[in-house]
Design a protein around this ligand. Structure first.
Ligand SMILES: Cc1cc2nc3c(=O)[nH]c(=O)nc-3n(C[C@H](O)[C@H](O)[C@H](O)COP(=O)(O)OP(=O)(O)OC[C@H]3O[C@@H](n4cnc5c(N)ncnc54)[C@H](O)[C@@H]3O)c2cc1C
Length: 451
């Protein structure tokens, strides 16, 4: 174990999914890891202020589940014990989209689990608490990241405890898993470096969510429902009725550019009644709400191109949402965070002749992140199908759209294509697998020529 050490102390800012996953990736490579979290962390799987999005549906893709299991072997069993609802991909969630009500349902051979964000995070936190060289410091806000005098490296963090006392934690590696990445940008500014270029997609998406007790007369032929569209063909409405541990349903409603759902129960139900199909409204109209309706506004997806920076302070590493925030509709953020942590683990385990392993860590990480983000970001660019979406539309967007429609039609007809599409959507395979299959490309092109 001693030979795998790359530094004395690492500090991870943020005990969200990115921070906890990254801690699992680095723990055996440092004598000590301190995870600094501004929230007081609840002793039960419940919401907390630092994760306001945790009150909304948080689907974990199969890729994310596998990545977390690779970081913490047996993690899948942890979430099963936490009451996660087993989901057979392609079968248990009813998909309703224009032209497919529902999309053909079949067992695609992929097993997922549905649970609340607090339950997932709690299970992960328990694993991190079990690591002997990790200290989870809660109620402690990082005020700033500190650089060495010459600005070439990160030296530690300055933080404030809940009693107002301030202290400095020295670190050979600081992982910024604070979500927004503002600490990293502030450090770059303080040492006179440029921030990374950003690509943004303005979606102005509004969410409203309410949790219900699953009624006794709930349908038995599905465990969840995803519905796209409202009664008006131009509507941006969508909804996901998602099963949770504890025999509950979480219903997330959404709309964009002025079509956001309201935050009170009567308006929430009326919005659900305005969906294109009655499936979800009929399921919840007599169900008992277990709490108030909560809302969330998501203005834009943001991708920071750290890989384009010529130099970067040694020992600093932003991860997860600090690199890329995806429109949550596609349910990708936690899974990408877990995959990035696996990438980090792989880099630290890779044999190296360098005496200073930390010097090359961030450049190597940034060099490999774009390949990991390419597929989920291309999914997020589908937002340009809505005319009010802000940002730089990909030049080939119309072709992409037609390709997607043709592929969807093929997936409805052919179980093998359906499985492949599910694997790409679950981020188990890159979208380049389509291009790499000449027979599939020929079939898709034939359909595209007809539409
Ligand atoms: C409405 C909504 C729905 C979503 N749904 C999904 C979904 O279905 N599936 C999915 O995979 N992803 C979803 N996401 C995205 C997902 O929440 C994030 O991608 C994921 O949590 C990874 O983020 P993170 O770890 O970078 O940051 P976060 O999870 O936001 O964690 C950041 C942590 O850092 C702490 N922190 C911040 N600043 C400081 C500081 N200065 N000092 C100390 N601590 C600090 C915060 O308290 C928090 O605990 C959704 C997001 C939103 C907004």
């Amino acid at each position: 174990m001693a030979s795998s050490l790359v530094g004395k102390q690492a500090v991870v800012v943020g005990a969200g999914i990115g921070g906890l996953a990254a801690t699992g990736a680095i723990a055996q490579h440092f004598e000590q890891v301190v995870v600094v979290e501004r929230d007081a962390l609840p002793a039960e799987p419940v919401d907390r202020p630092g994760i306001p999005q945790g009150r909304h549906v948080h689907g974990l893709l199969v890729s994310g589940q596998r990545a977390l299991d690779a970081l913490f072997p047996g993690f899948e069993q942890d979430i099963v014990r936490a009451g996660a609802v087993p989901i057979i991909s392609g079968l248990d969630i009813r998909w309703e989209r224009p032209g497919y009500d529902p999309f053909p349902r079949r067992d695609l051979g992929l097993r997922a689990y549905a649970l609340s964000r607090p339950a997932l995070e709690y299970a992960l936190r328990r694993r991190v608490e079990g690591l002997s060289n990790v200290e989870l410091r809660q109620g402690c806000r990082v005020l700033e990241l500190l650089a060495t005098r010459d600005g070439a490296a990160v030296a530690g963090v300055r933080c404030e405890n809940s009693d107002g006392s301030r202290e400095t934690l020295e670190a050979d590696l600081v992982i910024d898993a604070s979500g927004r990445g503002a600490l990293t940008l502030a450090l770059l500014k303080s040492i006179g470096r440029s921030p990374p270029e950003e690509t943004t997609i303005g979606v102005d998406f509004g969410y409203a969510t309410c949790v219900f007790a699953v009624p006794d007369n709930a349908p038995t032929d599905w465990k969840g429902v995803m519905t796209f569209g409202g009664r008006d063909p131009l509507s941006s409405r969508g909804a996901l009725l998602y099963p949770l541990e504890g025999n509950r349903w979480m219903l997330g409603l959404g709309g964009r550019h002025g079509e956001e759902p309201p935050g009170y129960i009567e308006g929430f139900l009326a919005f659900a009644r305005g969906l294109r199909t009655p499936t979800i409204y009929n399921a919840i109209r007599h169900a008992r709400p277990l709490g108030a309706v909560v809302r969330y506004g998501f203005p834009e997806s943001v991708l920071r191109h750290f890989e384009r920076l010529e130099t970067f302070p040694r020992g600093l590493l932003p991860i997860a949402d600090a690199i890329c925030r995806f429109n949550p509709v596609y349910g990708q953020g936690m899974s990408v965070a877990a995959q990035e942590a696996c990438l980090l683990k792989g880099l630290l385990e890779r044999p190296s002749a360098e005496s200073d392993r930390l010097a090359g860590l961030a450049p190597a990480f940034f060099a490999e992140v774009p390949a990991l983000i390419e597929t989920p970001w291309s999914v997020a660019t589908m937002d340009f199908m809505h005319p009010s979406t802000r940002g730089q539309r990909p030049a080939d967007f119309e072709t992409r759209l037609k390709f997607g429609m043709a592929l969807t039609r093929l997936a409805a007809e052919d179980p093998a294509v359906h499985r492949l599409v599910a694997e790409v959507q679950s981020l188990l395979k890159p979208r380049s697998v389509y291009r790499d299959d000449p027979d599939l490309m020929r079939r898709v092109s034939a359909i595209m020529a007809q539409v």
